[in-house]
Design a protein around this ligand. Structure first.
Ligand SMILES: Nc1ncnc2c1ncn2[C@@H]1O[C@H](COP(=O)(O)OP(=O)(O)O)[C@@H](O)[C@H]1O
Ligand SMILES: [Mg+2]
Length: 285
């Protein structure tokens, strides 16, 4: 089922630029909508709360989350919700119909479930979030915008990731990898027919990420999905820049996870070699 893995061509990459972009974490439209609670929003919230796919979760989504979804619908990024793809520790991922009949994935962070102390620790040293402070709301916002920005930066560096489409407060809309009828599988769920090429692709993507100044920080067979022979790196919320005090430790851990997965697939690979390969480029400071 895995086919030949193909790297995306580096020429397709636009380059990530020399500058780290600033990321705005100011008050969002969603917060304003939630405060105003006009009739239209209240009706929308009721409709969404009654929808089958939100029945279980409705109690954990606050008004500002519904307002964020409302804003994304108004802006045309979401047309209709499908079912949940995943309900994780901190976020749920849903299939949805997006702009122009495209399928999208909507990742909704549950603010109350978020471990914001840990989130705060991942923002340390990141030039994009200097002086963010300790406000819980701001930190969760920063987290979701960071995931969006990381996806964008990774994409520009030639790493195959879901294309980021929109972000509003704690809700991220991105390309759905795979189809609604045929969900993309995690590398952990498939029988990898040609582990050599899969390993080469993952290794190259790790190196491209590193050269763009990013370290995934939670890379393993659970955050690599495949669809029609394409390997896609996902879940870049916790990815840190190389300025992070633990950047090297995170990279070593990623290398260990990846090397041990491919060792179990019968390859003779080791984490130190992988680390050497990945860091054998000048990262973008
Ligand atoms: N863009 C996407 N396209 C298809 N499936 C996705 C996408 N993003 C996430 N998923 C699915 O949802 C699961 C959880 O998403 P992930 O970003 O890894 O969140 P978590 O932080 O909960 O691990 C993934 O393992 C994958 O199966
Ligand atoms: Mg994940």
């Amino acid at each position: 089922m895995t086919g030949e893995f193909e790297l995306i061509e580096p020429e397709e990459a636009e380059g990530f630029g020399d500058e780290w972009e600033e990321i705005d974490v100011s008050d969002t439209d969603a917060d304003r909508i939630a405060r105003k609670r006009d009739r239209e929003f209240s009706e929308f919230r009721k409709r969404i709360k009654d929808a089958d796919q939100f029945k279980v979760e409705q109690s954990v989504f606050d008004d500002a989350t519904f307002a964020a979804i409302y804003k994304l619908v108004q802006d045309g990024h979401i047309d209709a919700f499908g079912g949940p793809i995943s309900t994780g520790k901190e976020a749920n991922v849903y299939e949805a119909l997006g702009h122009d009949e495209t399928d999208v994935a909507v990742k909704i962070y549950r603010i109350n479930a978020s471990n914001f102390r840990q989130m705060r620790s991942y923002l340390e040293g990141d030039p994009r979030f200097q002086g963010i402070g300790n406000d819980k709301g701001k930190i969760v916002l920063a987290w979701v915008r960071k995931e969006f920005a990381n996806l964008e930066r990774a994409r520009k560096a030639g790493v195959r990731v879901p294309e980021p489409i929109a972000v509003e407060r704690n809700v991220l809309v991105m390309e759905l990898v795979g189809l609604v009828e045929e969900r993309a599988r995690r590398l952990s769920e498939v029988n990898v027919e040609n582990p050599e090429t899969a390993y080469e692709v993952v290794r190259e993507y790790m190196r491209r990420l590193y050269s763009a100044g990013l370290i995934h920080g939670d890379l393993s067979e659970y955050n690599l999905i495949i669809h029609e022979g394409e390997l896609v790196v996902i879940d870049l919320g916790q990815a840190v820049t190389i300025h992070h005090p633990n950047a090297d430790e995170f990279l070593r851990r990623d290398c260990t996870n990846v090397a041990s997965f491919f060792t179990r697939q019968g390859l003779e690979v080791d984490d130190d070699d992988l680390y050497e390969y990945v860091t054998d480029v000048e990262p973008d400071k």
